[in-house]
Design a protein around this ligand. Structure first.
Ligand code: SF4
Length: 244
């Protein structure tokens, strides 16, 4: 294994163990977009499947929308098959489902994609869905929710639903984006650039640059922001008003 691959493989292993992401007999559906993050995730889980103490199965799904065909589905399918990962692409009419008068946005798009992932997983016997969000995504979401929603919430490494027998797992939760990029470059993964006409979420871009300023580019401080999510001191956090 080369350097960047070793780093990511180790951080994923730590995350899988720390957050108890894999249990014996799991059937894990990996959401692949064609980007570097989910490709790196699929590769790493395909490798871990060979030696991980608890046996598990994986499959990959690509959600294709009615407005964004930027991903090279055929190439993606070949890549997944080369790693012995069953692959399927599902078309979802995301704009087609908008109610009259509503305009397209990232929240609607993400909700529709998530709904389809859950539906496919349940219909095909998967009990977990693996997403390619990394540590930077998680920290950005934490700050976005505080700044734009006035809410202390984030993207958890493991999410269990009350209503569905499926859990979301984020095995790249401890990997920084730069580490995933280095890994993808080292392996020669081609990332299909997102050409979505609605663009990347501008709020996320803005928060990303604010985090850079806040941490001075320090990995340690960025990781501390992440760790604060599992080190919550409620005695000094919850502010209640007289009317509550
Ligand atoms: S950038 Fe485009 S593809 Fe991505 S969540 Fe937003 S609307 Fe969907």
């Amino acid at each position: 294994m080369k350097n960047a691959e070793t780093t990511v493989a180790k951080l994923v292993e730590i995350a899988l163990r720390r957050f108890g992401m894999i249990e014996k007999g799991d059937r894990i559906l990996i959401a692949v977009s064609g980007g570097k993050d989910s490709t790196a995730l699929a590769y790493d889980l395909a490798m871990k499947r060979r030696w991980w103490p608890e046996s598990f199965e994986i499959g990959a799904i690509h959600i294709a929308s009615d407005f964004c065909r930027c991903c090279k589905v055929a190439a993606q399918e070949l890549l997944m098959k080369s790693w012995d990962i069953p692959y399927v692409s599902v078309d979802v009419p995301i704009i087609g489902r908008l109610k009259p008068g509503r305009s397209m946005n990232c929240y609607w798009c993400s909700t529709q994609r998530r709904t389809e992932l859950l539906r496919y997983a349940m219909d095909h016997g998967y009990n977990k869905i693996a997403l390619g969000h990394h540590l930077d995504d998680i920290v950005e979401t934490l700050l976005m929710n505080m700044l734009h929603k006035g809410e202390l919430s984030g993207m958890l490494p493991v999410v269990a639903y009350d209503k569905y027998p499926v859990k979301i797992i984020r095995p790249l939760a401890l990997c920084e984006e730069t580490q995933v990029i280095a890994f993808a470059e080292e392996k020669g993964f081609r990332s299909a650039a997102c050409t979505c006409p609605y663009g990347r979420e501008s709020k996320r871009r803005e928060v990303r640059s604010r985090i850079g300023l806040l941490t001075g580019g320090s990995s340690v401080q960025k990781r501390n922001l992440f760790e604060s999510m599992s080190n919550v001191n409620l005695d000094y956090l919850s502010v209640e008003s007289e009317t509550d």
